[in-house]
Design a protein around this ligand. Structure first.
Ligand code: 3H9
Length: 698
């Protein structure tokens, strides 16, 4: 069946696109659209054309799966140019999310009508490319240069009410029937004898003036640090700036060239990998038969940083929340924290005072655990200590309804053990939120041995309501994220003891694109947390494991990072960002001496190689043990929870791009120095011997 259908109503031609799920503009759609335009070029009877896509959404952009493949056939840019030059009025009837190529098609039409809930945008920058079908030239002509650049550099989805103010759409009709909306407008325009006005001729907002230069400079300054390392934002700016000096035709050619450069860039590959990986996380076996329970009332136990963050994440999604703390003083403190966070949002204009009141009307802070008896789901966020957690779950077992889902926000502990204290452990699950839980998108959903499919389905549905990115993890110490983190921190300590400077390591990892270096992260989280974990695990450490004492020496001085004003760096009102603690190097030197290490120098590449190798090494073990279902899930965890650069597609994707043989070779070399830590997993050897990559396992 054809993906583009035609209907005729008197002198109006209706073009309906139907390419589920999101009407992506695939080769087939482009072929059909081009044929339609050719027919219309030769048709003298038709006076108006309506393009719409009556299902889920108007065209949501090019078919991203085609990028990087050699595909012969019409290109969207040419179709848009011909569409725009038709001698009949062409109307785009929009609803849903006309994004990227979808908006570019709409902007080549002569009139745009939209339903009120429509959101438009050019999000190509998020995929490492630029709008390649005239978007960089037509959007500025409709909306002006500043607004267009801001839209293209952020990829933001702009609601219809704003789009009409900016001139991107012409009319909003409060009727969901996108076909009727289009026909209604077509009839009106024919009756008014309106003539088609091509967007490329509308130059009044696209002028190469001094004022324009100043606006562009302001935008460049605003996005400079955000887009450091990124290729496509520069190409977007270049296309617009150069377009100002070129004819429209030349500007389109220039845009096409820049688009092709972006397509070839590894950043495009990394970002598109990230896009599809974030959608693949929902493809898990439990969701095939699991049925989500209805969740309205949530209980949160613990009012610390995690408990308050989780409560706010739930409140923001409209859930009723009861939070439990041990005593009045603690609950008041937690309530005050929540209140002040919303107060700040009001003062920043993010929400209204009424919104705050409405959200907080769903919140109660109490001290009696029995108050949780009516809750549909409870998230425990108490102290990270097995006995404390078990005690809480034992009590919940007697207090809660049988069908209440019981979740633990543990970041390391064994969820099977926690589940065992409950009569029906199939309702127990781990929900590992990341701090601040009301902001961070990642949610590791830890499926224990006896967790039922329905409980898993409920957790995934909760994540969706909270607009989180859920990743399924099996049970192990630290799950996917923290288990890899532990490995990589130890690898980092080894490097430091071997002679690398802490500040060089942080710089190199930041330059690689990570949000922060490992020692900055430790200072932010508090060095005492890792110290407590190291002490907890000391008895289970093998006598032959290499143990570096440098971080312990730092903690023994009471230097826990930001919270104590001193850690690996110094903190304070007048202290510049990233000022090294001058005593750290001395501690490192003393420890190297004590451990009898012959110091060596590390270059930047050696630091990155060890960093990536340690992430991949543990990642592969996690795959072997089936803790993670696929490499791309590990990528999603690292991008959304640990500041790994999205444009590198996550550590496993980056390893693929390096070549797994090179990663294996590095690990084998390190194995010669420390065979316990760097023991090479069989799966990696197997993949290399079969000439495969992690992509093959996704
Ligand atoms: C572009 O247009 C370049 C142009 O300048 C042209 C140059 C020549 N292609 O997100 P969902 C799949 S670049 C292929 O779960 P939602 C997605 O993988 C493009 N597939 O739904 C998923 O598949 P599955 C610019 C796509 O309702 C399914 O559709 N456009 C595409 O939460 C449902 O997706 C964009 O960047 C695509 N373009 O959100 C828009 N889009 O079910 C990207 C989606 O097998 N898309 N899929 O997992 C989005 O932002 C969201 O998907 C959207 C719907 C808001 C549309």
């Amino acid at each position: 069946m054809s993906v583009v259908k035609f209907k005729y109503e008197d002198d109006i031609c209706l073009i309906e696109v139907n390419n589920p799920p999101v009407n992506a503009i695939s080769l087939e759609v482009r072929k059909d659209l081009l044929n339609a335009v050719i027919d219309l070029e030769n048709d003298k009877k038709i006076k108006a054309v309506v393009i719409c896509a009556p299902n889920r959404t108007f065209l949501a952009g090019a078919d991203i799966r085609e990028f990087g493949k050699n595909i012969d056939g019409p290109i969207l840019s040419d179709i848009c140019n011909r569409l725009e030059k038709l001698d009949k009025i062409v109307i785009a009837s929009l609803h849903g999310t006309p994004l990227g190529g979808g908006l570019e098609v709409a902007m080549s039409c002569h009139y745009r009508v939209a339903t009120p809930d429509t959101k438009v945008g050019l999000p190509e920058v998020l995929l490492g490319i630029i709008p390649g079908a005239g978007g960089t030239q037509r959007l500025p002509r409709l909306a002006g240069i500043s607004i267009s650049l801001e839209m293209m550099l952020t990829g933001r989805h702009v609601p219809a009410s704003e789009a009409i103010e900016n001139g991107i759409i012409d009319e909003i009709i409060d009727d969901k029937d996108t076909v009727l909306n289009g026909i209604k407008v077509a009839k009106k325009l024919i009756a008014n004898k309106s003539k088609p006005v091509a967007t490329y001729l509308r130059n009044e907002k696209f002028i190469n003036s001094e004022e324009t230069k100043i606006s562009i400079k302001k935008i460049k300054d605003k996005f400079k640090s955000k887009h450091k390392n990124l290729f496509s934002p520069q190409a977007i700016l270049q296309s617009v700036e150069e377009g100002l000096k070129l004819t429209f035709e030349q500007a389109i050619k220039n845009e096409r060239k820049l688009f092709s450069d972006c397509i070839k860039s590894p950043q495009r590959e990394g970002l598109i990998h990230s896009f599809f990986s974030e959608r693949a996380v929902n493809k898990i076996p439990e969701l095939k038969n699991g049925k989500s329970k209805s969740i309205n009332k949530i209980g949160v136990i613990g009012g610390g940083t995690m408990g308050t963050g989780i409560s706010m994440a739930a409140l923001n999604s409209g859930f009723s929340v009861v939070m439990i703390e041990q005593d009045e003083q603690s609950i008041n403190k937690a309530q005050e924290k929540i209140n002040s966070t919303y107060e700040r949002s009001v003062s920043l204009g993010r929400i209204s005072a009424n919104d705050k009141q409405r959200i907080l009307s769903n919140f109660k802070g109490l001290t009696d655990l029995n108050s949780l008896s009516d809750r549909d789901l409870i998230i425990e966020a108490v102290f990270e200590e097995m006995d404390v957690k078990k005690e809480v779950f034992k009590k919940l077992n007697t207090i809660c309804k049988n069908e209440t889902v019981l979740a633990s926000n543990t970041s390391y502990l064994n969820v099977n053990e926690i589940a065992d204290v409950v009569t029906n452990p199939e309702r127990v699950i781990g929900l590992h939120f990341f701090s601040p839980a009301n902001i961070m998108k990642l949610l590791e959903i830890v499926v224990a041995e006896k967790t039922s499919n329905d409980t898993v389905a409920t957790a995934f549905s909760l994540a969706k309501s909270m607009k989180k990115i859920p990743v399924r993890s099996g049970v192990c110490d630290g799950f996917i994220g923290n288990r890899i983190l532990s490995k990589y921190l130890v690898a980092t300590y080894h490097m430091v003891e071997d002679g690398a400077s802490i500040f060089d390591i942080d710089r190199v990892i930041r330059d690689f694109g990570c949000a922060m270096g490992p020692f900055q992260v430790i200072d932010l989280a508090g060095g005492d947390i890792g110290w407590a974990t190291r002490k907890r695990k000391a008895h289970s450490r093998h006598k032959d494991d290499r143990y570096v004492e440098i971080p312990d020496r730092v903690c023994e001085k009471g230097w826990f990072g930001q919270k104590t004003g001193k850690g690996y760096y110094l903190y304070g009102k007048d202290v510049p960002f990233l000022t090294p603690n001058p005593e750290i190097d001395q501690i490192c030197n003393e420890e190297r001496k004590r451990a009898g290490i012959n110091q060596k120098e590390f270059n930047d590449q050696e630091i990155i190689d060890k960093y990536i190798s340690s992430l991949v090494l543990e990642g592969v073990k996690i795959l072997e043990e089936k803790i993670s279902l696929r490499p791309s899930d590990i990528d999603v965890v690292y991008i959304n929870g640990y500041g790994f650069p999205r444009w590198r597609g996550g550590p496993m994707n980056y390893a693929d791009s390096m070549g797994l043989d090179k990663v294996l070779n590095n690990i084998k070399n390190y194995e010669k120095e420390d065979s316990r830590f760097w023991k090479c997993p069989d799966l990696l050897t197997k993949l290399v011997s079969e000439n495969k990559s992690f992509k093959d396992l996704n």
